[in-house]
Design a protein around this ligand. Structure first.
Ligand code: F6P
Length: 505
């Protein structure tokens, strides 16, 4: 008889509960089973999941869950460009942007990328005059990926100084204006739909800034990055400066498309292509590897073990690398907008889905939030991310201390420490995973982000939820519109707030 998802979950809940120390003691081969490297064109990344509670038995039962969930079939549909987002009747073709996917989609992505990179190269060659700054306006997936990538990869020798502005709060845009010379600034308007109120308002204000600063032809300084090119043209962007991408690319998966224009502007076309290549290597690994050896799938097994079986409500990510300081913000959208759902694909209650993703930068976070991680009452599985190669050129002591602290935290969380004094007692047995890249370069960065994308997808398949829609963000937008239109009444608290702020009738 074929096993159902329910049977698999029931069996997973019955496993014994050894400590991490017991797991290491019981199995000499634990490290080699749960710590593996992916090799890229140059360098690679080590993924060490040995300090999680995954066991051979759990992995076997999670593999059965994957079978019951038709993980292989769903993955094949993802890469074949079939509909995997049933509520919106769409494919999710971010991997095609990296050259891995349905042939026609890869071909289309190649052509659109060639067009974008031609524009980038032309800018670098001076075709638009002197360009020293780029203000990129976008929000959510149209901002977080570019902001993270530029911050991670364009610290030294950035070809152009990029400012990503997302918030509708004008303070954010004013900060960018203060840092840029209008005569040498381009404006990129990034919006999949080209309707998002924050982005369109910021774009309009950026245009006004250029024109009030005496820039000739401000409209000629605007480049649109969108899946709705006709709307960009309608808004006033010349067709030659509209860089489209496919509708089948989701917003939070779009940094590989023309939404990544500021990345290529900052690091150059060659670096952008290396980033795609790194991601493609992870795509191939995810597509071609079965069971526990599949790194994103194995990570999803651990994620679901903690969230579904052990009841963890949060998951933390600490980048022990300043270059990746924006990673937790990026992952919050990727994981929470994708898997923060409460119904299955068939509309039934799903049970617990994505935990809350949060995190920060090491070592800063050690001196702020790690108290709770070591001695608090919450179970918080952690990802530590670090790079062997330093991002700085200072005394190597900096990087050595950074890495030693990263590894010390994982060791301390696992080992704990006994004490007769309850206040000084560390329970230990607290799980963490460590991702150790050789360096943070475009290829390792691409592979790392693709790893998280596939991990999110794998978790969704096992949970039987749709990771590619986000209807939960709509209601607030609708109510904001109603408030703007006026004539509607709301709950007494909201009415009173509107009145006090001078927005009500
Ligand atoms: O409101 C959420 C959302 O739709 C995200 O999914 C998306 O990344 C963001 O808004 C921005 O949307 P757009 O790129 O269409 O402006």
């Amino acid at each position: 008889m074929t096993e159902t998802r329910d049977d698999a979950w029931k069996r997973l809940a019955l496993h014994p509960d050894p400590t991490l120390a017991e797991l290491f003691d019981a199995d000499d081969g634990r490290l080699s089973k749960l710590s593996s490297r992916i090799e890229l064109a140059e360098g690679g990344i080590l993924f060490d999941w040995s300090k999680t509670h995954l066991t051979d038995g759990l992995l076997g039962d999670f593999e059965k869950l994957a079978e019951a969930a038709d993980f292989a079939g769903m993955r094949a549909r993802l890469f074949a460009g079939e509909v995997v987002n049933p509520t919106e009747n769409r494919a999710a073709e971010h991997s095609a942007l990296r050259g891995v996917g349905k042939a026609t989609s890869v071909e289309e992505a190649d052509a659109l990328r060639a067009r974008m990179l031609a524009m980038v190269d032309a800018i670098h060659d001076g075709a638009l005059g002197e360009v020293r700054h780029l203000i990129h306006v976008g929000i959510g997936g149209s901002a977080l990926g570019p902001a993270l990538a530029v911050d991670a990869l364009a610290r030294e020798d950035a070809k152009v100084d990029v400012h990503v502005v997302s918030n509708i709060d004008g303070v954010a845009l004013e900060e960018a204006f203060a840092a840029c010379d209008p005569a040498t600034t381009l404006i990129a308007v990034a919006s999949k739909t080209f309707t998002t109120i924050e982005t369109m308002t910021n774009a309009q204000s950026a245009l006004t800034w250029l024109s009030e600063s005496g820039v000739d032809d401000p409209g000629g300084r605007v480049i649109a990055l969108t899946a709705a090119p006709e709307k960009a043209v309608e808004w006033g962007v010349d067709e030659t400066r509209v860089l489209p991408f496919a509708e089948s690319v989701g917003g939070r998966y779009s940094l590989w498309s023309s939404i990544g224009f500021p990345i290529a502007v900052a690091i150059g076309s060659a670096g952008f292509l290396e980033m795609l290549d790194g991601a493609a290597r992870m795509d191939e690994h995810f597509r071609d590897t079965d069971g526990r050896a599949n790194l994103p799938l194995r990570a999803a097994f651990a994620d679901l073990f903690y969230s579904r079986i052990r009841g963890a409500q949060t998951r933390a990510v600490f980048a022990y690398d300043e270059r990746l300081r924006m990673l937790p913000d990026y992952l919050q959208q990727l994981e929470m907008e994708s898997n923060g759902k409460s119904v299955t694909v068939d509309g039934e209650p799903s049970g617990p889905t994505a935990p809350i993703t949060w995190g920060g930068v090491g070592t800063d976070a050690q001196h702020a939030v790690f108290q709770l991680l070591h001695q608090g009452t919450h179970l918080v599985p952690i990802d530590f991310i670090a790079s062997i190669e330093a991002g700085d050129a200072l005394d190597p002591a900096h990087h050595r201390i950074l890495l030693m602290n990263c590894f010390a935290q994982g060791a301390a969380l696992m080992a704990g420490k006994t004490s007769d004094d309850p206040a000084r007692f560390y329970p230990g047995n607290r799980p963490s995973a460590t991702i150790l890249a050789d360096d943070i370069d475009p290829a390792t960065f691409g592979a790392l982000i693709a790893f998280y994308e596939h991990r999110t997808f794998a978790a969704a398949v096992l949970l039987d939820i749709n990771p590619f829609d986000q209807f939960g963000v709509e209601l607030g937008k609708e109510i904001a519109k109603k408030i703007e239109r006026g004539g509607e009444s709301f709950d007494p608290s909201t009415e009173a707030l509107l009145k006090v702020a001078g927005l009500g009738e």
